[in-house]
Design a protein around this ligand. Structure first.
Ligand SMILES: [Zn+2]
Length: 457
């Protein structure tokens, strides 16, 4: 009995890629379903729930998960293995190595839950391993919107590298997270593109194991989640990620919060006993799955309901952003913590989805160049350094939102002033430290680094 919960024990933790390596030192509960049971039953987490260990754990007979950035979820069948996702380019080899410590069978099918690079970028390593073993090339399955997504990434390759460096750069501001290998284009050349696509749903039955794939809008327009009835299991992809849903990302394309909630409710209707997300912990037991999926769906539905009600009442984006808030006790739940995305950004995405890009401020429809506005404000205030001094006061008083506006006016009106940039760098250092979400931290760290570059630090 080489595997099973006890076989999840590992001799060491591979640290190839993780936002906060020190987190892994807090990993005490090796079996991820044992940890998820503790966390859900207690409603609080005393250990990291997103563990990038690249280690494999057999969750049930013939089902294994490699916890990585993102996970590989594998089912054993008599016709070979079915893998959901391949992890990313940087983790692909380590994840494949872990998979092969469990099973050496050919991969029958590689199913992509969506086309984000941390899910498809490891496919080159996985397929190369199969080729070395003399295995036939697996079928690569994805929703029909997945290839167009990869084509868009190719068209915007440099843009995507810039925003990902910024998005993930706040974790370790000078070094970044290492999501981007820098070795190849945003979509690595070795990535296996889907050769089998579908529109609404697709069922395959390798070795008699039925795998029902369903398309669902949510984080992306190309998402696949799958119901495996023999195991009463659902592979969720990123529709469950053990942090607040990534439905608002400020630097990425449209997300679909209401449809996302709808897919979670479809999953609930199947009464699953095992939930296998692409990030975070697998969950065993229907009651626990109901708790997590219901909390997620309700949070998304609440944001849509409240935002749309205010839009229907004629409110501006500004009023809505500062009014619609998810209750703090919900955000404290380990599966809803806003440490990656956050509700305020989801509100903006809902506005963009049902409204448009204009925020209802007439001055913002056809604005003056930002530098001209900044110079005008700066002249009124007595100069860029006067603005910076007031920004510093506001920051010291805790009003970082307002402080950031003033320091932007100051630096835009006098972009080379080292005193202004010294204040700016400190304000964004403080702001980064006070924010909870990776996305906010990343953007504020990038601003801090811009100013550090100006002052030559
Ligand atoms: Zn992901």
């Amino acid at each position: 009995m080489p595997f099973g919960p006890q076989a999840c024990a590992r001799e060491h933790v591979r640290m190839g890629l993780h936002p906060k390596p020190r987190d892994l030192e807090q990993v005490r509960t090796v079996d991820p379903t044992e940890l998820s049971a503790q966390v859900i039953d207690a409603g609080e987490a005393n250990e990291p729930t997103n563990r990038v260990t690249n280690e494999i754990c057999e969750i049930d007979a013939g089902i294994a998960v490699v916890e990585s950035f993102s996970h590989m979820v594998v089912f054993e069948t008599d016709d070979g293995l079915v893998s959901f996702d391949s992890s990313g380019e940087l983790t692909g080899e380590a994840v494949t190595e872990s998979l092969r410590s469990w099973r050496t069978d050919p991969i029958h099918s590689l199913v992509y839950t969506h086309g984000h690079l941390d899910h498809v970028g490891g496919s080159g390593a996985l397929l190369a391993d199969g080729a070395r073993r003399g295995h036939p090339t697996p079928t690569v399955i994805g929703h029909e919107n997945l290839a167009p997504r990869l084509e868009r990434y190719q068209m915007t390759s440099d843009w995507n590298r810039i925003i990902n460096r910024r998005q993930f750069g706040g974790v370790s501001p000078r070094h970044g997270l290492g999501v981007d290998s820098g070795r190849s284009a945003f979509v690595p050349d070795a990535t296996a593109w889907p050769d089998t696509t579908y529109t609404d749903s697709l069922t395959i039955s390798p070795g008699g194991l039925d795998i029902e794939m369903h398309h669902g809008l949510g984080e992306t327009d190309d998402h696949t989640w799958a119901w495996i009835p023999q195991h009463k299991a659902i592979c969720t992809g990123d529709l469950v990620i053990w942090v607040f849903p990534n439905a608002g990302n400020p630097q990425k394309v449209q997300r679909f919060p209401l449809e996302w909630a709808g897919e979670l409710r479809k999953m609930l209707a199947l009464e699953p006993e095992l939930l296998l997300p692409a990030h975070g912990l697998p969950i065993r037991g229907n009651a626990r799955i109901v708790t997590v999926l219901t909390d997620m769906a309700e949070a998304l539905e609440f944001l849509v309901r409240e935002t749309v009600a205010m839009m229907n009442g004629g409110a501006s984006l500004d009023e809505i952003v500062h009014t619609v808030k998810v209750a703090p006790d919900k955000l404290a739940l380990p599966w809803l913590t806003p440490v990656y995305d956050e509700p305020e950004f989801v509100v903006r995405n809902i506005w963009r989805l049902y409204g448009g890009w204009w925020d209802a401020n007439p001055a913002h429809l056809k604005p003056a160049p930002a530098s001209e506005l900044a110079s005008e404000i700066s002249a009124l205030a007595g100069g860029a350094r006067a603005l910076a001094a007031r920004a510093q006061e506001l920051a010291e008083g805790g009003d970082l939102r307002l402080a950031c506006h003033l320091i932007e006016f100051a630096s835009q009106s006098d972009p080379d002033d080292v005193v202004v940039h010294g204040v700016r760098s400190e304000i964004y250092k403080t702001r980064r430290a006070t924010e909870s979400s990776l996305m906010s931290k990343g953007i504020f760290a990038a601003a801090m680094n811009e100013s550090k570059d100006v002052i030559g630090e």
